[in-house]
Design a protein around this ligand. Structure first.
Ligand SMILES: Nc1ncnc2c1ncn2[C@@H]1O[C@H](C[S@+](CC[C@H]([NH3+])C(=O)[O-])CC(=O)[O-])[C@@H](O)[C@H]1O
Ligand SMILES: O=C(O)C(=O)Cc1ccccc1
Length: 243
């Protein structure tokens, strides 16, 4: 069972840069549910998108899989398909170890391979569904276009990318309100002002958000012509891109 996230609850002399280490792994399901508006809806919908968009004898990728929540949802969506394989990738060794245990705990005949690697090193091939669920925002901005280009090239015609992110907004007034509403969401899930502010410092220069427009422009540069938001909750949301 996941423990309660109290990583930032005590005053820290120095707030280190956020990292997906063992301490974060232990509280991760609790942390992400209490911090990301709509996370559970997105996870469930990834299963539905998979059910509709996956094709027989193709590969599905969960890039930045953490503990495999999206992987498990994709696998549930593959019930009626044959010959599909899921490849789940994360560069955190603590995440990958725990992800492997988590996936083993649920019996299924659909093969899942969990790899510890940088998602920038993975060749995407014969793919019908690729998921980047809150992962692209942790890559340095210079690496984002080449990853999306690799994904585009590895997708089958009609294949889909689900790209979920924390956004910023060009309109400063709207941006401030959506940021404040996200902070209220965290407060309503029991985070204190100290926890909120220490976590914000630790994410500085680690989680770098783009606007929805920047995402669309980059997706188009990578080759995707069909890009739209299918979900938004405050400053968090998810884009569906079709090859
Ligand atoms: N270059 C990289 N290569 C591989 N993995 C990376 C890289 N950079 C970051 N990660 C990994 O991306 C994940 C981001 S969390 C994803 C949630 C999950 N998708 C979920 O649906 O539960 C999002 C969040 O915590 O906000 C972490 O596990 C990192 O180790
Ligand atoms: O907690 C936040 O403020 C976030 O932006 C989301 C988040 C969730 C889990 C790990 C890192 C960031």
């Amino acid at each position: 069972m996941s423990q309660t996230d109290n990583i930032f609850s005590q005053p820290l002399d120095k707030v280190d840069s956020f990292s997906f280490d063992q301490q974060v792994v232990q509280v991760f399901p609790d942390m992400i549910k209490r911090s990301v508006p709509g996370y559970e809806n997105i996870i469930n919908s990834i299963g539905m998108i998979t059910q509709r968009c996956a094709v027989d004898n193709s590969n599905l990728y969960d890039l930045g899989c953490s503990l495999g929540a999206a992987t498990l949802s994709m696998r549930r969506g593959l019930d009626e398909k044959t010959g599909c394989k899921i490849i789940s990738v994360d560069n955190s060794s603590a995440m990958v170890e725990s992800c492997q245990q988590h996936i083993k705990a649920y019996k299924s005949d659909i093969p899942v391979t969990v790899l510890q690697d940088d998602i920038c090193n993975i060749k995407i091939e014969n793919a019908s569904v690729v998921v980047l669920n809150f992962t692209l925002q942790f890559l340095t901005p210079e690496k984002r276009l080449s990853l999306l280009t690799n994904i585009y090239q590895g997708l089958l015609p009609g294949g889909v990318l689900v790209l979920s992110e924390k956004f910023i907004f060009n309109d400063a007034t709207n941006n401030q309100l959506l940021v404040d509403l996200h902070l209220d969401f965290k407060r309503s899930h029991g985070y204190s002002e100290l926890e909120i502010s220490q976590k914000r410092s630790s994410l500085d220069n680690v989680l770098i958000s783009d606007t929805v427009e920047q995402h669309y422009a980059r997706l188009q540069q990578a080759g995707f012509k069909h890009n739209d938001l299918w979900y938004q909750y405050f400053n968090f949301g998810s884009i569906l891109s079709i090859k």
